[in-house]
Design a protein around this ligand. Structure first.
Ligand code: ZN
Ligand code: MN
Length: 498
């Protein structure tokens, strides 16, 4: 029996606006002061009227364009009716048959494979619900509801079921997360719930008799870590396979409905929640309190001015135009927009992309991690690092001296002496790190060192290769900036000629 896993994602993203989507309440994560950011509109009190937040709509359009979606020139709001304590109105304002955008794609990359396109069916805008807080002590305490989140602008991105593995689903969510942080339209803080994901999972099975059947679709709700998405799909694959072998139940059988399951991250399992409502159960109808929205050509042109080069194109450009490896390009781009821009600024000064990539992915990232700083906060600015690396590519100093200068600048910064590009040349001078390229001076120093080490020369001539290490050390000591490789070559030449 062969099978293939089929996955579609629904991603909910909170947009980074000052106020909520239909009222002027603050849009801010504030769990310590529950129910302080509410008003009659988001509480759904009788007689209150919603007004659309144009900034939320604008951010949603910019995101949809970045996801290669088409923007609908005419779109409207619909009421999705259901009852839940965190939804005081008894309905959610959402978009049903006329989402503001549709038909896009994203191309996540799994490891070093070619990126594969995942189609996006639609992206629509809606309001978030509040949050139910249950006593989890097991002592049967009260349940509470915090309505601060009610009315937060929420962008829902729905993919086609194009995903074929748990790893690809994880990569897809990571790529959406990265794109949205590059755009700056959401903080994408998954712990605070700014980015949540539901996964629709089933299997396409080829039976031993050669028949192709599909297992019933399961929607796993509220996955809020990348690892969780991957683990939940792996778990569902195994569970659905066993279930099919046991019951033979398949998609399309009478009485088989879509099932909603939760994800228990601690026990690493999904668990049954409820039978899934069909769209008809929500009794959608157009919201009579809100005007439809039209998007003009000039508005679209304005939205387009906010598009940035997406992470996927940056990875490709770093490889094709700058000659980076796929691995280095991914490490730099996936760290976020600030590091990618830092890297490019350094390259424009150093003129050597590969060397810059080595420094940024190793030395710079190591320092940023240990200092808990962002690239923008780092005292070694792109100008300073670019100047330092330029001295190396120009062969003014050796790579080893470059490392010494890098830590010297950081040490000085820790003693409140701010590093600068001009300080680099001062340090090169102070520490005598300038490469000695004067062949005459080199040869004189080598000859002097050889004359002072007759035993080493004798040992070397007797076949002990490593005996000259000490002589090279002597030369390096007298000419600090000399290139050890060149010293070695010239020394061997002198020995051969003697
Ligand atoms: Zn409000
Ligand atoms: Mn939704």
């Amino acid at each position: 029996m062969q099978y293939e896993v089929i996955v579609g994602l629904e991603v909910h993203v909170q947009l980074l606006t000052k106020s909520k989507i239909f009222c002027s309440c603050a849009n801010r994560f504030n769990p310590d002061q529950p129910n302080t950011q509410t008003c009659p509109v988001c509480l759904g009190l009788p007689g209150s009227l919603p007004v659309m937040n144009a900034e939320a709509f604008r951010l949603a359009c910019i995101t949809a364009l970045a996801l290669n979606c088409e923007i609908t020139p005419f779109t409207k709001w619909d009421r999705k009716q259901y009852y839940y304590p965190d939804l005081p109105k008894g309905y959610q304002i959402s978009q049903f048959d006329l989402p503001f955008s549709h038909d896009g794609w994203i191309a996540p990359q799994v490891d070093n494979e070619e990126p594969q396109r995942i189609r996006i069916r639609r992206a629509h805008l809606e309001e978030d619900a509040g949050k139910n807080i249950h006593d989890e002590s097991g002592r049967g305490g009260d349940s509470q509801v915090d309505l601060n989140r009610t009315g937060t602008p929420l962008l829902e991105i729905v993919s086609e079921p194009d995903i074929r593995s748990a790893a690809q689903a994880k990569a897809c969510l990571e790529e959406i997360h990265l794109l949205l942080t590059y755009l700056g339209v959401s903080d994408c803080n998954m712990q605070e719930g700014s980015l949540r994901c539901d996964a629709n999972v089933n299997l396409r099975i080829t039976t031993d008799a050669g028949e192709t059947v599909a297992t019933p679709i399961v929607e796993v709700k509220n996955l809020n870590t990348f690892r969780g998405v991957e683990a939940a799909i792996l778990y569902e694959t195994e569970r659905q396979l066993k279930e099919f072998q046991k019951s033979g139940r398949k998609l399309g059988d009478p009485g088989v409905e879509k099932e909603t399951r939760g994800w228990d991250a601690e026990r690493n399992t999904t668990f049954a929640q409820r039978g899934k409502e069909e769209a008809s159960d929500y009794r959608y109808f157009p919201d009579p309190d809100l005007l439809p929205v039209t998007v003009s050509e000039s508005q679209l042109a304005e939205f387009r001015t906010h598009l940035i080069e997406p992470p996927a194109s940056r990875r490709q450009r770093f490889q094709q135009d700058l000659g980076l490896s796929g691995y280095d390009a991914a490490v730099i781009v996936n760290q976020g927009r600030e590091l990618a821009e830092y890297f490019e600024a350094v390259v424009s000064l150093s003129g050597d992309a590969k060397q810059t990539a080595n420094w940024v992915t190793q030395d710079v990232l190591r320092e940023l991690n240990s200092r808990h700083e962002s690239p923008g906060e780092f005292v070694i600015t792109p100008e300073i690092l670019g100047t330092l690396l330029k001295r190396i590519t120009d062969k003014v100093i050796t790579l080893k001296s470059g490392r010494e200068l890098f830590s010297a600048l950081l040490d000085e910064a820790d003693e409140d002496r701010l590093p600068s590009a001009t300080r680099i040349d001062e340090l090169i001078e102070e520490r005598g790190l300038k490469v000695v390229s004067d062949a005459g001076a080199l040869d004189t120093a080598i000859a002097a060192a050889l004359a002072a080490s007759p035993q080493a020369v004798e040992d070397f001539k007797a076949g002990k290769q490593q005996a000259i290490g000490a002589v090279i050390g002597k030369v390096m000591k007298s000419l600090k900036g000399a290139d050890p490789k060149e010293v070695r070559e010239r020394l061997l030449q002198q020995l051969a000629n003697s």
